[in-house]
Design a protein around this ligand. Structure first.
Ligand SMILES: Nc1ncnc2c1ncn2[C@@H]1O[C@H](COP(=O)(O)OP(=O)(O)OP(=O)(O)O)[C@@H](O)[C@H]1O
Ligand SMILES: [Mg+2]
Length: 388
């Protein structure tokens, strides 16, 4: 069995694959030939269309700004039509306006210009970034049953208690008063309540920050069979690759940019923007209905708030991370080749234990590489923005 990330990588499509030698792709594809896709998109789309109609949420010539009096433009002249069953990952650096755009989609945040249209049958479920205020005296399960006692999700009917259990609350924990829950548990409760309301449009703002691996996998499998429109903001690369079909990014240039190459393309673009801030931005892949860039991409070459010493330290860390990533990449290549060989042994006898070991090792190295990459971006952004 190839692990989840490998599947996600393969399913991400052509742009991500072109850098891999053909024979490795074929070997990996042979390995996953019998692994079913996580979801049946055609069926989900047609089901979503039945539930939602053609119109979901549309923004037309929309301008979204920060609150007045500052009213800084976050997204300018955007036309964006969410389709039934569309599954979107929304990424961007802190403060780029992801939450504000989600609030705009939800209809809570007013547009500075343009309009928002909502389909008649739309039921929005919205997991906010911040904690909601709930009566601390009530027990966890009561707070879930306040929304509904049963829910149909992915073709299965679940009771409030069963859904709570799938999201990591034991029967015992379900009796706990809300005031005794940790912050993470309260956010998880919030997610349970959102799903319990049987929305057909789900807006999730950083859903995974408080989830452990088991609950995360439960959430992913719940969403696999979920026939609705999904917009999820997350820093969790794997989650987006796993549950979304398209990726959109806010780069701080007033545009919403579609990234056919997914998160990898996002990371590459961020790196380009940071490395060459004075150079003109690379042409965006697709920006429906938008005029030319308003040119707000950061042009800061120096680091205003950092001391020279601090800046040097960060530069040093960047260099170290780059060296480490190079080593890890080389290791990934070696392991991928070994894995391909192990999958197609000359004598035809596949050693599954060896495959599993290599796969596990590969996942480890990959995730270490991902961590380095995220840290690289963080540090690069600190230097760019001038504060630690
Ligand atoms: N109530 C507010 N008053 C003033 N400015 C605000 C307010 N809410 C958000 N902003 C500003 O609007 C910009 C976008 O904020 P938003 O929360 O949408 O970003 P984000 O991309 O979700 O960031 P994060 O990754 O930190 O969640 C930020 O620069 C923020 O400072
Ligand atoms: Mg946010």
């Amino acid at each position: 069995n190839l692990a989840r990330k490998e599947l996600a990588w393969l399913r991400r499509g052509a742009p991500a694959r072109t850098s891999k030698p053909r024979y490795r792709i074929e070997a990996a594809e042979a390995l996953i030939k019998n692994v079913p896709a996580p979801r049946d998109n055609v069926e989900l789309m047609s089901f979503a269309t039945k539930r939602l109609g053609k119109k979901v949420i549309e923004l037309e010539d929309a301008t979204v700004t920060t609150p007045p009096p500052e009213a800084r433009v976050l997204v300018d002249d955007l036309t964006w039509r969410l389709a039934p069953g569309e599954r979107i990952g929304l990424v961007g650096v802190n403060g780029s306006g992801k939450t504000t755009l989600l609030r705009t989609l939800a209809g809570e945040y007013p547009l500075a210009a343009g309009k928002r249209i909502e389909g008649r049958t739309v039921e929005i479920g919205w997991l906010r970034q911040e904690l909601e205020d709930l009566d601390g005296e009530r027990r966890l399960l009561d707070a879930v049953e306040d929304v509904a006692t049963r829910v149909e999700i992915g073709g299965k009917e679940l009771t409030a208690s069963q859904l709570a259990e799938r999201l990591g609350f034991s029967a015992k924990r379900q009796r706990t008063p809300i005031r005794d829950l940790s912050g993470g548990e309260r956010r998880r409760l919030q997610l349970t309540r959102v799903l319990m309301a049987e929305p057909n449009v789900l807006l999730l703002d950083e859903p995974t920050n408080d989830l452990d691996i088991d609950t995360l996998q439960e959430l992913e499998s719940l969403l696999d069979g979920w026939a609705g429109t999904l917009v999820v903001i997350s820093h969790d690369r794997y989650l987006i690759e796993r549950i979304c079909d398209s990726t959109w990014a806010l780069f701080g240039d007033g545009k919403l940019t579609n990234l056919p190459g997914g998160i990898q393309q996002y990371l590459d673009r961020r790196r380009e923007l940071i490395a060459a801030p004075a150079a003109p931005a690379a042409p965006s892949s697709a920006s429906p209905g938008q005029d030319a860039a308003s040119g707000t991409a950061s042009g800061a070459a120096s680091s205003p708030g950092l001391s020279a010493q601090e800046d040097r330290e960060l530069k040093k860390e960047l260099n170290a991370l780059e060296r480490k990533m190079q080593k890890l990449s080389a290791k990934v290549d070696t392991l991928t080749a070994k894995l391909a060989d192990a999958a197609m042994p000359a004598d035809g006898n596949i050693d599954t234990a060896l495959l599993a070991d290599l796969d596990r090792e590969l996942q480890g190295v990959r995730s270490e590489h991902d961590d380095c990459e995220m840290r690289w971006l963080e540090v690069a952004e600190m230097r760019e923005e001038g504060h630690v």
